[in-house]
Ligand binder design. Structure first.
Ligand code: DGL
Length: 260
């Protein structure tokens, strides 16, 4: 089976990693839409246009059996629209894990960190209304963290300062769950852990997305491979992309550019 992944940059690799360690054996096609980054500060129309173009490219050129929108911002904008266009094609998205975080919270205060687009998306308001009505949810836009991760800054003084500044609004609250509502943020997990009170749980739904995808593939009678191959594509600069991927401990694979 062939699985396509889409994100604005390298963030979605944190989702693909969860698939690999699940493990799900497949031919992986990952697109980093680096030339159009960051999605979190673009309009809905702009983002949907990109996701639609990249989806058609993956289907027509690489014949993927399933699409994973490995980006919270793009999922909230495009997943439903694409499903309507292609009702029989499995499209999986990643969404902020509001429900599990609200259920697990003892302090009844939780926080979500995401892009500006995601924070302002009515979809997030609906998720909170539906699953966290008895919990206080602090919403924080953390677009700077996307930039950090894209620059390969996962730790050190610069990351530390940006994280402290972004989390400042939490100082008056006693949250016990911090939802990573952007797929770039798990790459800052080690730094976040060193800064946050050890009682705060970092909530990342990537493993649940992998499990859900396997279930969906099964329902569509799409069989797993006996081994995996990996293809990393970028709409940006090839050398820069190779340089970005190298510290992320991804499996070896073909790396190339695409003009879509
Ligand atoms: N990784 C994306 C997400 O999960 C967005 C990052 C960006 O702003 O481009 O929302």
């Amino acid at each position: 089976m062939k699985i396509g992944f889409i994100d604005s940059g390298i963030g979605g690799l944190s989702v693909m990693k969860a698939f690999i360690s699940y493990p799900i054996l497949a031919d992986y096609f990952y697109i980093a839409d680096t030339a159009h980054l960051p999605y979190g500060l673009k309009t809905h129309d702009y983002i949907h246009d990109r996701v639609e173009k990249l989806t058609h490219y993956l289907i027509n050129t690489h014949h993927i059996d399933c699409l994973v929108i490995a980006c919270n911002t793009a999922t909230a904008i495009s997943a439903e629209k694409l499903r309507k266009q292609m009702p029989n094609f499995p499209i999986i998205g990643i969404e902020p894990a509001i429900k599990p975080a609200a259920l697990a919270s003892k302090s009844k205060e939780i926080a979500i960190l995401a892009t500006t687009s995601m924070i302002n998306n009515p979809r997030l308001t609906r998720l909170i209304h539906e699953f966290a009505s008895d919990v206080s949810v602090i919403k924080i836009a953390a677009d700077r963290w996307v930039t950090l991760v894209e620059q390969g800054i996962f730790s050190g003084p610069k990351a530390d300062a940006a994280i402290h500044e972004t989390l400042q609004p939490l100082s008056d609250h006693s949250i016990d769950q911090l939802i990573l509502g952007c797929t770039h943020f798990p790459f800052l997990e080690t730094e976040l852990r060193s800064i946050l009170n050890s009682e705060i749980v970092l909530v990342n739904p990537a493993a649940a997305v992998a499990k859900h995808t396997l279930h969906s593939l099964d329902q569509h009678h799409i069989e797993a491979n006996t081994s995996s191959t990996y293809h990393y594509l970028t709409t940006g600069d090839l050398k820069h992309f190779q340089h970005q991927i190298s510290p992320l401990q991804m499996p070896e694979g073909a790396v190339c550019t695409l003009a879509v």
